[in-house]
Design a protein around this ligand. Structure first.
Ligand code: SIN
Length: 486
């Protein structure tokens, strides 16, 4: 069994209406360590009856929660934040065990996740309305902002903590109550967050976690329910489209943080060392399993060979292994399907003429580990140009002109994050404005933080998370016309 300083952070029951509950039929599912296959816990496998009960609990909790002052809600969020940081080490071990990322990355994610709670504890107190000058002298036009109501949050395995806090913190701050369905790969981090929420004084029903392997049933009920007024989802574009369709009948508000296909452009005038370090953090973070990972590295002719050589040198310094091994930088991929996809993409590219500069195979550490890889001579007619790789593979494409780079970068259905490196101020403005993406990193490979609006355009999503804008997604605008003022 996994060793934590505080063993009571490890739960195998779902959390609903302020209580830990097993499935009515006693069903459970196994959560395993992706690197070793070791069993970590057998977790309650909830179904439709339990989902219906969670919706009732969240609805019942709305009234008391929304009538608390923003300052009271902020104080509870602040306690949650402090407890998370006080238990950082345990939460990181738990995350690394179920997700596989190196401990240093898990520790980073716990702080990153907590930063959203701190941010929205502060923002909770700044939900301002408006008084608008009225077009008639006997009227006043007032605007209030009110919580949307019960929120469902469906969250992924790649950031088992931060993708929950990034949704739940603004929702609770706004006065909404929440039902989270975490990924079946990583439910333990979600349950630990619920334990700390309870310790922070969350009233029963404001934060519910439904663990399940039956995403279709639970997701179906959450999206069909007229009580649930908003769905926030992070995951693939295909599942996001299906959920949007399911939400149409009840005309729910949706926030969608979907797939990406980030271009990372290195112009001839870039600082090569900076660009290499940008690719290292953007591409190989979480073993390439983030939606904002550099997915296509576009390098200008003049520095292509020098850049590839320096990148190879940097990649050869990465250390693949278990999360608790000294100096490990890259962990396993989440499951066999993820490995198969990466292998298929590399194989297809090389069969069409791409060359392996380094890596290109399963790592000797075991079947779940893929070698940090660089492919050169990659072209647009290869499947890897379109696919979200979600693995530690950097494909290098060659371009000649700025126009060509921008055209290649925008040649995708996705529009989440883009990156480019240049020292030319005119180009920095031109290219920033021309890239059809929700987020652009200029001479920077790590762009996510709680103060910034995270989100995409095109088929990468709807809405923004984090920043002052992130709260709006959990608020409705109400207009009050005060008349008869003679
Ligand atoms: C994601 O991959 O969905 C989130 C990445 C981030 O927050 O930086």
């Amino acid at each position: 069994m996994m060793k934590l300083n505080d063993q009571s952070l490890l739960h195998d029951q779902a959390f609903m209406d302020g209580e830990w509950r097993s499935a009515k039929d006693g069903k459970t599912f196994d959560v395993t360590n992706p690197a070793t296959g070791a069993l970590l816990a057998s977790v309650a496998n909830m179904g439709s009856e339990e989902t219906a009960a969670a919706i009732v609990a969240a609805d019942k909790a709305m009234g008391p929660w929304v009538t608390k002052t923003a300052k009271e809600r902020a104080a509870i969020l602040r306690k949650w934040h402090n407890l998370i940081l006080a238990n950082k080490q345990d939460l990181a071990v738990l995350m690394s065990e179920e997700q596989g990322k190196p401990l240093a990355e898990s520790l980073g994610e716990i702080s990153y996740g907590a930063s959203y709670i701190e941010w929205y504890a502060e923002e909770a107190k700044r939900v301002y309305g408006d008084i608008i000058p009225a077009p008639a002298s006997d009227k006043r036009v007032l605007v209030l902002k009110q919580p949307v109501g019960v929120v469902a949050a469906i969250t992924p395995w790649n950031f088992p903590n931060a993708m929950i806090t990034r949704k739940v913190a603004p929702a609770l701050a706004a006065g909404c109550t929440v039902i989270v369905k975490p990924s079946e790969e990583t439910p333990l981090s979600a349950l630990a967050l619920a334990e700390l929420g309870a310790r922070a004084g969350f009233p029963a029903g404001i934060f519910n976690v439904i663990t399940t392997t039956d995403a279709a049933i639970v997701g179906g009920m959450l999206t069909e329910s007229p009580v649930v007024r908003k769905l926030s989802f992070t995951g693939s574009t295909n599942v996001g489209k299906m959920l949007i369709r399911q939400c149409a009948d009840t005309v729910k508000k949706v926030s969608m943080e979907l797939g990406g296909n980030a271009p990372f452009i290195v112009f001839d005038d870039a600082d090569i060392d900076q660009a290499v370090s940008g690719v290292m953090s953007s591409k190989y973070r979480n073993s390439g399993q983030t939606c904002v990972c550099a997915n296509r590295i576009l390098v200008q002719d003049g520095i292509y060979d020098a850049f590839a050589a320096r990148l190879k040198q940097a990649v050869s310094g990465l250390k693949v292994g278990g999360y608790d091994e000294d100096g490990v930088t890259n962990g396993p991929l989440i499951n066999g399907a993820a490995m198969a996809k990466v292998e298929r993409l590399v194989q297809e590219a090389t069969s069409k003429g791409a060359k392996i500069l380094i890596g290109g195979a399963v790592h000797e550490k075991g079947a779940q580990y893929y070698q940090p890889t660089i492919l050169t001579d990659v072209r647009r007619d290869m499947a890897i140009f379109e696919a979200e790789i979600f693995g530690p593979v950097a494909p290098l494409y060659r371009f000649a002109t700025e126009e060509e780079a921008v055209e290649m970068a925008n040649d995708t259905i996705y529009g989440l994050a883009a990156y480019f490196y240049s020292s030319n101020l005119g180009r920095i403005w031109r290219v920033s404005e021309a890239l059809d993406y929700g987020m652009v990193g200029v001479n920077e490979g790590i762009i996510s933080n709680e103060a910034a609006p995270f989100g995409g355009v095109k088929q990468s999503g709807i809405g923004r998370e984090g920043s002052k804008y992130g709260l709006d997604d959990y608020l409705e605008i109400k207009y009050i016309c005060l008349g008869g003022l003679t």
